[in-house]
Design a protein around this ligand. Sequence first.
Ligand SMILES: [Zn+2]
Length: 293
Amino acid sequence: MPFLLLLFFAAVFLASPGKVAGEERSFRAEVLPKSVKQGEVCLLKAGGPVSLKSVYGEFQGKRYPLGSGDKDQTYEGLLGVDLNTKPEKYDIRFIATDGSGKDDSQTFSIKVTKADFAVQKITLPKSMVDLDPKTLERVNRESKRLKEIFQTFRDERTWKGAFIRPVAGELSGAFGTRRIINGQPKSSHTGVDLRAEEGTPVLASNSGRVALVDDLFFSGKSVILDHGWGLYSMYFHLSETRVREGDQIPKGAELGRVGSTGRSTGPHLHWGIILNGARVDPFSLLRSTTSLQ
Ligand SMILES: [Zn+2]
């Protein structure tokens, strides 16, 4: 092809973004923000001149569904970037099906940048770190159960609008902190610790179904909520729990009280979020959903 002709085609192509072969797009999509740090959440938005039968984003081989937003023909969903995601550019592909069953897709790129996770040195009693065989067996059993919960993808969304902070307390343990316990490097801190007085009510961050109520070795008395679409919130080290597995819980309902059960050095709430298998910063989820109704 002659060079000038090639330039001409390039110019025509560049001048018509959002169009496929001269045809109007059946939907438009957006990723907010386009650059995130490891462990952060993105808001996915879509909308169209016609209502869509379904729309979802695809990121690293996983599906992130979008559901009805606050206005007609708008759709919203959340995407989580795990804290160990390699910092580089990634594609997010949106696939939409309109009422007549016609598919359309659009691809965006997002940039994942390196998060500056802190390093924290903690000293704990030897019995809480060097586990005897019986305790180790318990810990393995419990972690297997947690893994099974987080791998369950419920197709129905039960969260709606902005997420809320479960207790008002100040941050005493940041997300992603690399922990060195009694001189040995351990796994990262995959939630946030909120300082609060023993007995402070712990509220549900959003509506959902209670997936677990148990007393676990590391996390003590714990509640896990399943908000649908692979989104889970965790509330650990409680002094008591006030819900039962299987309960449907509205946003803001009391799940239990702040305590220091399990492996904990004082009363606080450990609040964690898992989104489609990605361990993300709960504060990033709050920021991403503040605009939602
Ligand atoms: Zn914690």
